[in-house]
Design a protein around this ligand. Structure first.
Ligand SMILES: CC(C)(COP(=O)(O)OP(=O)(O)OC[C@H]1O[C@@H](n2cnc3c(N)ncnc32)[C@H](O)[C@@H]1OP(=O)(O)O)[C@@H](O)C(=O)NCCC(=O)NCCS
Length: 207
C-alpha cells in the first residue's frame, strides 16, 4: 500500500513538473517544441529521469501509460506513437511513429524507424524530404534485442535477436535474427519450412 502510494505521489509530482513543457508543445502538436523537451527529458539520469519521461510522454504521445518506462538517452522522435502498459524501453533508443503492445521489452540502442522510405530522390538523384512515413506496429510481449533496427511490423510474443534488421513483417510467436531478420523458430512453421529456410510471411503482423 505504501509503495503504491509513493509511486502515485511520484507520478503526480512528475506530471506536475512536465505539464508546462507539454502544454507549450501543444500536448505534442507543436513539433519543434515537442522535440526540444523530448530531447531534454532524455538527458535526465536515473529514476527521476524515468518518471519525468513517462510523465512527458503521457501528456504528449497519442497513448502512453505511467506503468511504462523509457530509459536514459531514449526518445520518441514523433509524438504519433502509442505505447501500451508495462512497456520497457532501454537506453539510447530512437523511436519513430510506432505502436508498441503491452508488456514488450525493448533493449538498448534499438531504432524503430517510421517505415523504409522517409526520403525520396528526384530525377537528377538529389535526395529530398517528403517521402513516406508509416507507423510500425510491435505486438504485445515482444522482446526486441539490443542494437536492432526495426522498419516493419513485428507480431505478438515475438523475439528479435540482438543486432537484427527487420525489413519485412515478422509474424507472431517467432524468433527472428540477422540482417535481414529471418525466422529461425516459430510455433506456426512446419519443420519442412524450417528445413527450406523459408522467410517469414509478408502479411502485416497481428498486434
Ligand atoms: C535471439 C536470441 C534470443 C536467440 O537465442 P537462442 O534461442 O538461445 O538461439 P541460439 O543461441 O540457439 O541460436 C540459434 C541460431 O541463431 C543464431 N543467432 C542467435 N542470435 C542471433 C543474433 N542476434 N543475430 C544473428 N544470429 C543469431 C545463432 O548463431 C544460431 O545459429 P546456428 O544454428 O547457425 O549456430 C538471442 O540470441 C538474442 O539475440 N537475444 C537478445 C539479447 C539481448 O539483446 N539482450 C539485451 C538485454 S535485454
Amino acid at each position: 500500500v505504501i509503495r503504491n502510494f509513493l509511486r502515485a505521489s511520484l507520478n503526480a509530482l512528475f506530471l506536475g513538473a512536465t505539464w508546462v513543457p507539454a502544454a507549450l508543445s501543444g500536448f505534442g502538436r507543436v513539433k519543434p517544441v515537442y522535440t526540444f523537451f523530448a530531447h531534454t527529458c532524455a538527458l535526465v539520469p536515473g529514476g527521476p529521469g524515468d518518471y519525468l519521461r513517462s510523465a512527458y510522454y503521457l501528456l504528449t504521445l497519442l497513448e502512453f501509460h505511467m506503468s511504462s518506462r523509457v530509459s536514459f538517452g531514449s526518445f520518441f522522435a514523433h509524438p504519433e506513437a502509442r505505447v501500451g502498459r508495462r512497456v520497457y524501453v532501454g537506453s539510447y533508443c530512437i523511436l519513430g511513429s510506432v505502436n508498441i503492445g503491452a508488456g514488450t521489452q525493448i533493449a538498448s540502442s534499438v531504432q524503430i524507424l517510421s517505415g523504409h522510405h522517409q526520403h525520396e530522390r528526384d530525377s537528377v538523384g538529389a535526395v529530398h524530404h517528403g517521402g513516406k512515413f508509416v507507423t510500425v506496429s510491435i505486438g504485445p510481449d515482444c522482446w526486441i534485442g539490443a542494437g536492432s533496427i526495426v522498419m516493419a511490423d513485428v507480431g505478438a510474443r515475438t523475439t528479435i535477436g540482438a543486432g537484427s534488421i527487420v525489413t519485412r513483417s515478422i509474424p507472431s510467436d517467432a524468433v527472428a535474427v540477422g540482417s535481414p531478420a529471418r525466422v529461425i523458430r516459430s510455433r506456426e512453421m512446419s519443420s519442412a519450412d524450417l528445413a527450406l529456410g523459408s522467410q517469414a510471411p509478408k502479411s502485416p503482423a497481428q498486434a
